[in-house]
Write a protein that binds this ligand. Structure first.
Ligand code: NAI
Ligand code: MG
Length: 365
């Protein structure tokens, strides 16, 4: 098969939720959609085995495959480790060396969970938008930075800095994504008050006009965007924005829909020789040490991360949709892990039972 996938379950609930993704992968295999899957260590478990949260060999493998699927890293056992070998350093090394500059955070509302949102049901029901956040530049990295002394007080300094090529490449990620979705992009910045915002708007427009004239492009100030996202989020499809605004807007958008146990993400880099972008898929949640080892974790965030891999790395959009429909159908049946229980209560199912229910729906679909 020409679809290679590296699975890095990691720590805590990582291996528990990844076991359920394995069931989904195996089911697709029975239908002739096969993956060349390898598995390796990242995070605390890699430190335990090799004295480093990510070995060079695992790093090299991640660079070669079409997609990496990661569970979660970290846990109290590793909190006292030296910073250089902390579990999250494994994840940071992957992101940095793969140069994953486009962070994808979907906000997707499954009908069965529309009541779960703090917003009105008709505002979120059926919502399916994608926020693309530039991840490797901007004010979190710009120089000069620091706290300096000026006269008799201290001054904190950060610099918002974007090069043309940094804007262009994340704009291309957004337009490519739009072509796999609904052909619509809204770019957000603050061109009214920031030089980097003016350049951002210009470059996104130029890339659009030269390479993606078929995609519908609009521009919005990021503060107005925040208002529109809570007022009527369904007006958007793909949103592309910088590192700082994307940090805020993606958290805001994610919580339009519900639980941390439901949120997938992806980080994409430059296209490889086969045209597929370098890609790392992972749930937004962490290793959840408070529930690890108890079979309580919701595997849906990790399963939906795999659905994103199907759509954006393997061009299997129909299969991704089939998987998302199976998740919605299971939720509509009232099957819930503990994190999805409302105040009215009920009996939660285990991680494995949720995975089994999703595979059963796939088989029945
Ligand atoms: P967390 O996301 O692990 O947990 C926050 C809360 O949400 C906990 O109460 C947890 O039980 C619950 N939760 C998370 N995922 C869930 C799921 N799938 N199903 C049901 N409930 C779920 O964040 P926290 O507690 O801040 O961090 C715990 C550890 O995870 C730390 O070591 C942290 O560094 C690490 N972490 C790793 C991340 C990653 O690997 N990308 C991201 C965030 C945290
Ligand atoms: Mg954040």
């Amino acid at each position: 098969t020409d679809r290679s996938l590296l699975i890095l379950p990691g720590d805590g609930i990582g291996p528990e939720v990844m076991a359920e993704v394995r069931k989904v992968i195996d089911w697709f295999g029975t239908r002739g959609i096969t993956f060349d899957v390898s598995e390796d260590l990242v995070g605390g478990c890699a430190y335990d085995a090799h004295g480093t949260p990510l070995t060079d060999a695992t790093m090299a493998k991640a660079q070669e495959v079409d997609a990496v699927l990661l569970g979660a890293v970290g846990g109290p056992k590793y909190d006292k480790l030296d910073f250089s070998v902390k579990p999250e350093r494994g994840l940071l090394r992957l992101r940095k060396e793969m140069d994953l500059y486009a962070n994808l955070r979907p906000a997707q509302c499954f009908d069965a969970l529309a009541d779960f949102s703090s917003l009105k049901k008709d505002v979120v029901a059926g919502l399916d938008i994608m926020i693309i956040r530039e991840l490797t530049s901007g004010v979190y990295f710009g120089e000069p930075r620091g706290i300096i002394r000026e006269g008799n007080e201290r001054v904190g300094i950060n610099t918002q800095r974007y090069t043309e090529s940094e804007i262009a490449r994340v704009a291309r990620s957004a337009f490519e994504m739009a072509r796999k979705r609904n052909n619509k992009v809204c770019s957000m910045e603050k061109a009214n008050v920031m030089e980097s915002g003016i350049l951002w708007r210009d470059v996104v427009q130029e890339i659009h006009d030269a390479e993606y004239p078929d995609v519908e492009l609009s521009h919005m100030y990021a503060d107005a965007g925040a208002m529109q996202l809570t007022r009527w989020p369904k007006q958007f499809d793909v949103i592309v924005t910088d590192n700082l605004f994307g940090d805020l807007l993606s958290d805001l958008a994610a919580m339009l829909t519900g639980s941390l146990g439901m949120l997938p993400s992806a980080s994409l880099g430059a296209p490889m020789e086969n045209g597929r972008p370098k890609a790392l898929y992972e749930p937004v949640h962490g290793s959840a040490p408070d529930i690890a080892g108890q079979g309580k974790a919701n595997p849906i965030a990790c399963i939906l991360s795999f659905a994103m891999a199907l759509r954006y790395s393997f061009d299997l959009g129909a299969e991704a949709e089939r998987l998302e429909h199976a998740v919605n159908a299971v939720l509509a049946d009232g099957v819930r892990t503990a994190d999805l229980m409302g105040p009215e209560g009920g009996t939660p199912v285990s991680t494995a039972a949720m995975g089994d229910a999703i595979v059963a729906k796939l088989a029945a679909s």
